[in-house]
Design a protein around this ligand. Structure first.
Ligand code: AMP
Length: 397
């Protein structure tokens, strides 16, 4: 794999640096409701400041679809960022054109500007070359620090790299380093835990993992499709019969590559999909006609914990059950806690990511002890699939 260019490789003093961050933060009543994504960008911004660069930050927020819309303005981020950095931040009401150019030209060494939402322009998502050129025009260098959007070839992730030398920021480099450790050269045995609602959304992830992992535990609603494909009656459970063949192909590929697939031996079933619905634990082949599987049972969790105990590397995506409703969060919580304990003890490299996984691990109180948790959704899954991400490839040119 060709090396990506890193921030440490760049000559930064006095340079005008355009930095793509992910400030797509949740807003509530016009204020930032969760600053995690802003905090994630601080190491790169501080490094650039220390080196005497002139810094302009660009990001998207929400889906304004190429039109200016105040509800998607990045303005509420400016005071939060200024406070976290303990430095003034200039808010610039456009990311291209005269205002952007004047702001870039006026920046002092170590100065920070925040440009308005990229997606107020159609050219951003269309990766329009003219828009990419306009973005790049006032700058000397580009830094990509938003792994979460690097699977999209947009003007701010790919287009600009045709006009400026491009470098990986601290957060993006850290993310790639952790994901590479787990996926390219894992310490074995390597285990993957993949849960979530549907097989159909994770076919490529599962196919990629049976080639890489020594053991793959499948949980959540998607395990039902695998059990059903093996001839087990799953009652009223979430099931995708159209994907039975796909499930069989994944199981065949696992056999070919010497990957052991673990499916739940016992399950928690209920007749209603709601919190505290009356439930019982049964063997996976004893689900009643009116029942649905909402969680893995204790035997299954023990088996997963044993496999985690043996493993040196763990990749986790997706919950093992309907974790948003008690008590069907039990398997996810117990297994995640066990993985966290092993990681804390230095016995396991535990990396997780993708969509609901972050929420599930936070809910389990396991987030802090995992070696690394990626906040990227689609980009994380595409990386696991082994696809080339345009925003990362552009850093190798
Ligand atoms: P995903 O986005 O594919 O990772 O799926 C996460 C969703 O799967 C969560 O909302 C869970 O509630 C749901 N889920 C997990 N297990 C089950 C299950 N056995 N039946 C129905 N939904 C489930």
């Amino acid at each position: 794999m060709t090396r990506i260019h890193r921030l440490e490789d760049a000559e930064l003093a006095g340079k005008r640096v355009l930095v793509r961050v992910d400030f797509n933060v949740p807003l509530k009543d016009g204020a930032v409701a969760d600053a995690s994504r802003i905090e994630a960008a601080l190491p790169t911004i501080r490094y650039l400041k220390d080196k005497g660069a002139r810094i302009a930050l660009i990001s998207h927020l929400g889906r304004p679809k190429g039109k200016r819309a105040e509800e998607f303005s990045l303005a509420p981020i400016q005071p939060v960022l200024a406070e976290l950095l303990d430095t003034p931040v200039l808010f610039v009401p456009d990311c291209v054109g005269d205002e952007a150019r004047q702001a870039a030209e006026g920046l002092m060494q170590g100065g920070v500007a925040l440009f308005e939402n990229l997606r107020f322009h159609e050219g951003e998502e269309a990766n329009d070359p003219a828009f990419a050129r306009a973005l790049a025009e006032p700058f000397d260098l580009f830094v990509e620090d938003a792994f979460s959007v690097s699977h999209r070839a947009h003007a701010s992730t790919e287009g600009v790299t045709h006009h400026l030398p491009a470098f990986a920021g601290k957060a993006l480099a850290r993310e790639i380093d952790h994901l590479s450790t787990v996926l390219r050269d894992p310490k074995r045995p390597m285990m993957a835990v993949i849960g979530g609602a549907k097989v159909s959304t994770k076919i490529d992830v599962l196919m990629a993992l049976v080639e890489k992992a020594d053991i793959l535990a499948i949980g959540g609603g998607m395990a039902n499709t695998f059990m059903s494909a093996k001839g087990i009656d799953v009652g009223k459970s979430l099931n995708e019969p159209d994907y039975a063949d796909t499930a069989r192909k994944i199981m065949d590929a696992a056999r070919t590559h010497g990957c052991e697939i673990m499916l739940p031996a016992d399950v928690v079933v209920a007749e209603k999909f709601e919190a505290n619905a009356p439930s019982r634990t049964v063997s996976a082949d004893r689900v009643g006609q009116n029942e649905m599987i909402l969680d893995a049972g204790p035997e299954s969790v023990d088996a997963i914990a044993e496999a985690i105990e043996e493993a040196s590397t763990l990749l986790w995506n997706g919950p093992l059950g309907a974790f948003e409703i008690t008590p069907f969060d039990t398997a996810t919580v117990e297994a995640a806690k066990y993985a966290a304990k092993q990681a804390r003890a230095g016995k396991l490299v535990a990396v997780a990511g993708g969509g609901d996984t972050v929420a599930a691990l936070r809910h389990a109180g396991a987030y802090e002890d995992f070696t690394y948790v990626s906040n990227a959704g689609g980009a994380f899954l595409e990386w696991v699939e082994g696809r080339a991400l345009p925003g990362v490839e552009a850093l190798k040119r």
